[in-house]
Design a binder for this molecule. Structure first.
Ligand SMILES: Cc1cc2nc3c(=O)[nH]c(=O)nc-3n(C[C@H](O)[C@H](O)[C@H](O)COP(=O)(O)OP(=O)(O)OC[C@H]3O[C@@H](n4cnc5c(N)ncnc54)[C@H](O)[C@@H]3O)c2cc1C
Length: 404
């Protein structure tokens, strides 16, 4: 009987289960290890754009994802009293605008992918890789809980601060901080909540946003620009959850619009997720039999609007290249050749982002509102849409349909 190739994937969010889906289809045996005790369902709306949508279509999952749409109708910028400054309705395009036509909660998409990866994928929760020993013809992995197992390959899909990447690549890959912290949480829905992505800026680089979900609750984000680089060193994601809550109470104490409501909900929030955003820069995405995928390889940050799309496309390409080549080195080379230009474009944020959308002064905020009003006017609306539209289509997706 021919040897069934096996892979250990670290991280069960978007990239990990998407890889398991495609690799399973090509006959690989997949194991996913996730550090959290169960699938993490937190986070808010994420966009699926352009080529990623085509990948979902090829996986036969487009309709399942569409059925889980959040129903968000567009993006609105608001003043302190909730008056509309500018609005950008969702466009019937596969790539355009701040709200994409295919929007889904991150947790819902993760769940769909886990389900699609099927019974042939082994999931291990509450554990993680502590050592990786590349033995040339296989990899020996040690888990935190003591197990040792061998696989043909290891894929690190464990996010921007991937500890698997750190184990194997050391400090070869770096994180470029973007100077902003974001905290995501779910709050009770109130009558004032609309199906719009509602966005309020306060001078000082602070923002409060609310988005609809399909569970009768509302997804909130508190974000703040980090001006002081010494503060950026004291990274927010090194704080404990309790410390982060205390920090937000202090930072957003006198902020307008719905900030107080979010602060009131903070102490009981069970799904709070926070991060200091940045971009991963890695010279190479593989070493020996270990390869990086998703945010662990190239995190473009939430402000790129491309994190999930890149993960879905990257998983499709990496799995396809592995199925198409006998030697993993050739597959990894193909993966980089196809994905590098796409990732490079997604990492190129519009000038001044994210600070430009989170002004420090009242004058800066007034200027932003003037610009948003102009961009939302029908005549130059295309310009506005362009500003919000990431390069989601700029890849020629290979066709692997003959492989499985
Ligand atoms: C809980 C959560 C909420 C999020 N919310 C949003 C959001 O609202 N908006 C947005 O734009 N992006 C959000 N993101 C990030 C978004 O999912 C990614 O940018 C993008 O989808 C790429 O996904 P990924 O699978 O590569 O990485 P990630 O989504 O970051 O997933 C990495 C996974 O690896 C796990 N992990 C981490 N370290 C280890 C380890 N050592 N061993 C095993 N597993 C490990 C994590 O628990 C996580 O499940 C969120 C991520 C998470 C984990």
């Amino acid at each position: 009987m021919p040897h069934q190739p096996t892979v250990l994937i670290s991280g069960a969010s978007i990239a990990g289960p998407a890889l398991a889906y495609w690799l399973g289809r090509y006959g690989w045996g997949c194991t996913i290890v996730e550090r959290a005790p169960e699938l993490r369902r937190g986070g808010q709306n994420i966009d699926i754009r352009g080529a990623a949508r085509e990948v979902l279509r090829r996986a036969g999952l487009e309709e399942t994802v569409r059925a889980a749409n959040t129903g968000e109708v567009g993006t609105r910028f608001l003043s302190k009293d909730g008056a509309i400054v500018a609005e950008f309705p969702v466009r019937a395009s596969e790539t355009g605008g701040a709200t994409a036509e295919l929007e889904i909660l991150r947790g819902d998409l993760a769940e769909i992918l886990v389900e699609a990866s099927g019974e042939q994928t082994e999931y291990i929760y509450g554990d993680q890789i502590t050592a990786v020993d590349d033995l040339d013809d296989r990899v020996e992995v040690t888990f935190e809980h003591g197990d040792r197992r061998e696989f043909d390959l290891v894929i690190a899909a464990d996010g921007m601060r991937s500890s698997t990447r750190e184990l194997v690549f050391g400090d070869e890959a770096s994180i470029r901080p973007l100077g902003m912290e974001m905290t995501y949480l779910t709050v009770a829905r109130t009558e004032s909540d609309t199906p719009w992505w509602s966005w309020y800026n306060e001078p000082g680089g602070l923002a409060v946003t609310l988005r609809p979900d399909r569970y009768g609750t509302t997804r909130a984000v508190l974000s703040s620009v980090i001006y002081d680089t010494r503060q950026a060193d004291a990274r927010g994601d090194r704080r404990s959850t309790a410390e982060q809550k205390a920090w937000l109470h202090k930072q957003f104490a006198n902020v307008g619009w719905q900030a107080q409501r979010i602060l009131d909900a903070l102490d009981d929030a069970s799904d709070m997720y926070f991060e200091t955003i940045g971009q991963v820069k890695a010279q190479t995405w593989s070493r020996g039999r270990v390869v990086l995928a998703g945010d662990a390889a190239w995190c473009a940050s939430p402000v790129s609007g491309m994190g999930t799309s890149l993960s879905l496309v990257g998983a499709y390409v990496l799995a396809g290249e592995l199925a198409a080549h006998v030697h993993h080195e050739d597959a990894f080379a193909g993966y980089e050749r196809i994905m590098r230009p796409y990732v490079g474009q997604a990492q190129q944020l519009p000038p001044g982002v994210p600070q430009i959308a989170n002004p420090r002064t009242r004058a800066g905020l007034a200027a932003l509102h003037v610009a948003l009003r102009a961009a939302s006017a029908p005549l130059i609306g295309r310009l506005g849409a362009k500003f919000f539209t990431p390069p989601a289509d700029k890849i020629d997706l290979p066709d692997y349909s003959h492989l499985g």
